[in-house]
Design a protein around this ligand. Structure first.
Ligand SMILES: Nc1ncnc2c1ncn2[C@@H]1O[C@H](COP(=O)(O)OP(=O)(O)OP(=O)(O)O)[C@@H](O)[C@H]1O
Ligand SMILES: [Mg+2]
Length: 250
């Protein structure tokens, strides 16, 4: 049984069809990439899965349970966590308090929540920021705390919405290593949207491509990038030629 099963999920905003009958699965041991042009419906699909949007139609199952009708906090308690594409630090919270918001999804005990938060900051290599106020941190560090908050809820599946956006190549490399540790050492399945294609391709076992709300392709990264539909809809010749050159140089 798949950990996550998305079955014919549609989401309409009035007349706008943001997701149309999207189906796919994510297994417990998988890293799956979700790519597609701006406005393809990636964030909307995350919002549907994580209980932030009511579905127009379709079903989402997680760990054997139908979560289609559940609210965001109920989904989070079941072990499905997410990060936000647009992250806004809440003013008055310290880093550790912010991360505890995540740990409280897992435990009702304040002491346990604090311990989990500190362990998570340690795991992410940012323990020294624990007492800082969120608003004092640079944006990249705030995003790392947002990741810590999601992780502190001890999820089985983590949805990552463009965590690589705005990072430079060496920061991207650091992030890839970190996410791979999260996957391997904590056994957490990852579903990630990303325009930084090098990151998706390096990390994903499987890639799903959305265009105009519909799934147009699914497969191993090396196969998907060669799919003419995907090249037309998203990658363009540029990416394909650059990859061919890199392969030739290697
Ligand atoms: N709350 C909303 N109300 C109305 N329309 C929305 C809402 N959220 C998203 N949309 C529309 O749904 C479509 C899909 O948007 P979405 O943000 O899911 O795309 P995306 O693939 O995440 O894009 P990007 O790569 O730019 O992040 C867009 O046309 C968007 O304008
Ligand atoms: Mg988005």
């Amino acid at each position: 049984m798949a950990l996550l099963n998305v079955d014919k999920v549609s989401k309409h905003f009035g007349g706008l069809v943001a997701n149309h009958e999207v189906s796919f699965e994510v297994d417990q041991n998988e890293v799956v990439g979700l790519i597609g042009p701006n406005g393809a419906g990636k964030t909307t699909l995350f919002n549907c899965i994580a209980g932030y949007h009511a579905l127009t139609s379709g079903t989402v199952r997680f760990n054997g349970a139908d979560i289609s009708q559940l609210k965001d906090y109920q989904v989070a308690r079941l072990g499905l966590a997410r990060t936000f594409q647009i992250f806004e630090a809440s003013g008055d919270l310290s880093v550790v308090d912010n991360v505890m918001v995540g740990s409280f999804m897992h435990t009702g005990s304040r002491g346990e929540a604090r311990r989990l938060a500190r362990d998570t900051l340690e795991f992410l290599g940012i323990a020294e920021t624990a007492r800082s106020m969120m608003t004092e941190l640079p944006v990249a560090a705030q995003k790392r705390v947002a990741l810590a908050t999601a992780l502190a809820s001890q999820p089985k599946l983590l949805l990552l919405d463009e965590v690589g956006a705005g990072l430079n190549p060496s920061e991207i490399e650091g992030l890839i290593n970190l996410l791979q540790r999260i996957h391997r050492e904590k056994g957490i399945a990852l579903l990630l949207t990303e325009h930084v294609l090098e990151m998706v391709m390096a990390m994903s076992h499987r890639v799903i491509v959305l265009e105009s709300g519909q799934k147009i392709a699914e497969g191993e990264p090396a196969e998907v990038v060669k799919d003419p539909e995907v090249v037309r809809a998203y990658l363009g010749d540029h990416y394909v030629k650059r990859q061919a050159k890199e392969d030739g140089d290697a």
